[in-house]
Design a protein around this ligand. Sequence first.
Ligand code: 5RP
Length: 232
Amino acid sequence: MTMDELKRQAAARALEQVRDGMTVGLGTGSTAKHFVELLGERVKAGLQVTGVPTSEVTRADALRCGIALTTLDEVDRLDLTVDGADEIDHALNLIKGGGGALLREKIVAAASDRMIVIADESKWVDALGRFPLPVEVMPFGLAATRRAMATAFAESGVSGQMVLRKDSGGHVFVTDGGHWIVDAHLGRIEDVPHLAALLSAVPGVVEHGLFVGLASAAVLAGAQGIRIVERH
Ligand code: 5RP
């Protein structure tokens, strides 16, 4: 089975949690895209749901699939968000933002009663950090922000190269919110909540890709089948 087929399987399993009348956060990335497509098929078959997209790309995908959309200004809480991840540890802490949508993804996840993470098994790790940590930053004062980030990393016992993300054309990658992303190559992060708190306190950091205490469950698809891990 290909990686893409595994991603679709994970998405299909998460879809079983969607009920008529729900408001559902729609994640971003190749795995979340499968979920949006499968949800669209259910909508065409009569399911009534309203979606809140986590990026402009997902908004376009959802509309193409016939899913009715709303915003966080129009609803208080979401019943469920389904999204992918770049890494998932055993406490269901996540690294997200490989697709550049971490800010809206975190806002939507935090406004949801439940967040189900869908992924192929390769995303399941003993410790976060092999995947470069995306940090969304203000373009203004970038050098000062990077210095403060380095201090936060040192205080948390990690270090590594910080790379300003570029798009495929070699231009600085700009997020949906008009910010930039610095990818921090840290290696193993021992204390994820500590680093998350330190980064959140850096002026100029808009948001970081550490998702702590947000995921309720992970649906992991591998060669041996599907495994569901619940957060306790
Ligand atoms: C986007 C994300 C994605 O969920 C993450 O990058 C995983 O993507 P994919 O499903 O394509 O592997 O955080 O900002």
